[in-house]
Design a protein around this ligand. Sequence first.
Ligand code: ATP
Length: 320
Amino acid sequence: MKSLNIGVLTSGGDSPGMNAAIRAIVRAGISYGHQMYAIYNGYRGLVSGQIEKVDRGFVSQIINKGGTILRSARLPEFIDVNIREEGVKQLKKFGINALVVIGGDGTYRGAKDLSDMGINCIGLPGTIDNDIACTDYTIGFDTCLNTIVNAVDKLRDTTFSHQRCSIIEVMGNRAGDLAIYAGLACGAELTISGDNFMPLQEMIERLKFQKATSKNHAMVIVSEKLFDLQELARFIQQQTGFEVRTEVLGRIQRGGSPSAFDRILASRMGEYAVQCLNEGKTSRCIGVRGQQLVDFDIYEALAMQRAKHTGIVNVIDRLK
Ligand code: ATP
């Protein structure tokens, strides 16, 4: 097996478990005899040469920490081949011949473009959104989901006591997995996402029924970017007679110590990424299908369509 110089970066929105992934990549790389490099601030740091050699101590005491010790950044200019050329020059300067990127689909598109320029990139799915088609779960989704469930449980107490309707907006970037998984886990009276959309009139009928029958309170979970929340609240209040409150959970959903699930997923994927490099694989995206780790060609991974979670949606519907 050829010894490599492997760079690691995190890019796009941070997600809990990124540190566990960095730790796994660095430790596995060193254990296989590779030289490891940290690249700070995503593609922005790559282009400006924010790169250093690291040893196994560099990733001590981080498995339990949220965020990313490598920091993250967005660099929209990375779509420009001349800017990417600067990144390629930096990699050559440090002798880095393989790059592991941890991020969402935007990060993957950057990795594909770098692959086209002859850089061997391996992608790890690090995003709370769970919107990467080639994997059942992304690193950070589970922790984020648990944060939402915690918050919704607390809001339910006050919503019940004051007999209100609470509309809670969660992240997910249109994918809606956070909304539907949280909707099921919290027993929300209504869950609205791209995969589980419902016309306004149906929402109103369901809430009126709710008010007139069993309960005099309602928890409504909605995905971000679907509604103007204040307008929706006004409309529901007007049409149903519920006193409505809105809560945008916001970036608090991104933070916190990663769950055991995310730490294990990140550790397995990080170690697997290094194994792929050991086997001479190039330009792959790592995922998990069931219990099995898998890898796909980066083009194939980016072309895949995200599966709709009809199973979860059907259960939500049956339990309404
Ligand atoms: P998340 O969705 O969780 O925030 P992400 O990786 O999708 O994560 P983006 O901001 O979309 O986040 O992308 C991260 C970075 O990847 C961008 O700032 C940019 O540097 C690079 N990138 C995104 N799209 C492209 C593209 N089409 N070509 C080259 N680089 C890209």
